[in-house]
Design a protein around this ligand. Structure first.
Ligand code: FES
Length: 179
């Protein structure tokens, strides 16, 4: 149940979790990053709502603008609800030269996601209307020897091609475990 408390619309459970998270991170180096990461992970749709950010600002006395600058700087933070499954394609140079663009196009087609300009491809984040899948891109996973690299639900796959990518998507769609 979401209720208004002070200036926040967070549920009591959300407030309680945020309070405990902020207390646990208090005084630690990188406390704000740790707080935001925990709160994002706690949300079923893995994102940071405006209400959550305002609550953190209020409780930590960190200016809201500073918090927004952090969440927009780091690619790991989401300001929109994410899908149940996330597929992340590397758009770094090594992966690009080994076909990551084709993998991206293939997934867009299979998931029915819209085309975007190539200029924005290195920061892509699209979610299907049913919120089943999010498609993201990353600048480099640091696994260039395995190019092209794709991450599926936090699991890294190297030397990916369109056939193996399609197979992983089928696994997700059927709910089956990978073989
Ligand atoms: S460029 Fe893709 S992992 Fe480095």
């Amino acid at each position: 149940m979401a209720i208004m408390s002070g200036q926040t619309a967070l549920s009591l459970e959300e407030q309680s979790f945020a309070d405990r998270t902020i207390a646990a991170q208090s005084g630690k180096p990188g406390a704000l990053l740790g707080i935001l990461e925990s709160l994002q992970e706690h949300h079923p749709n893995k994102y940071l709502s405006a209400d959550v950010l305002e609550y953190v600002a209020e409780k930590t006395d960190i200016p809201l603008a500073q918090i927004y600058s952090v969440v927009t700087f780091y690619a790991l933070f989401n300001l929109e609800p994410q899908g149940d499954h996330t597929i992340c394609i590397c758009r770094g140079t090594a992966c690009h030269t080994r076909g990551s663009r084709n993998l991206l196009q293939r997934l867009r087609l299979e998931l029915g996601l819209p085309e975007e300009s190539e200029e924005g491809a290195d920061k892509l984040c699209l979610t299907t209307p049913d919120r089943r899948y999010s498609l993201r891109t990353v600048a480099c996973f640091g696994q260039c020897a395995l190019a092209p690299v794709v991450e599926v639900d936090h699991e890294i796959f190297g030397h990916m091609n369109e056939r193996t990518l399609h197979r992983e998507l089928e696994h997700l769609q059927s709910g089956r475990k990978k073989s």
